[in-house]
Write a protein of this length. Sequence first.
Length: 219
Amino acid sequence: MNRAEEDYIKTIYELTVEKDQTLIKTNDLVERFGFRDQTVNEMVKRLENKGLVSFYPYKGLGLTDKGRKVAIRMIRAHRIWEVFLTEKLGFSWETVHEDAEKLEHATSPEVLERLYAFLGKPGYCQHGNPIPDSTGKMLEAANTSLSSLEEKDVFVLTRVLDSKDLLVYLNDQKIVLGDVLTVLKKDLFNGLMTVRINDHDMFMSLKTAGMLFGVRRQG
């Protein structure tokens, strides 16, 4: 299996987790990768022929058991390397994705297990995504988005999408995992929220709020 195929498998898995769905649409892959429909459809067909993906007309596509094992192996390696790069080498969370992407494809199972043990067997990466263990089991991923909350709801941020632009924005706003946000106003017409965080109020687009996940708690 080449790197492009592994990237597709991993992305399909990540999208099913993000959307909390068993199946996703090919359009989801088009949007994530920025490729043409034809390019994505050709890759999906190739993966289907290899028994890694099942495609259901008018419904969507999902990973087979074989594909899921590949995805978990890649995600495990990627997130372990992210922890190492940030905790041990001092990289910031918005810069580690590309290096982790390269390292995940070149890491042997033995090296990965030793690295995992060296790091203390972390449960989550720096973006709040759960790290599967060697059997594929992992802690729960937060799937409640800030954008889904209503006015006066209180929200603890525990996971963010691994998007460089988003992470740079969060750095600029001094927003980190564990912060508590209160929804003050939700303006659906203009696609904005007003939230209180770190004792100050700020505007946030619903698009950005849809990339932040966590736990709703009582105010």
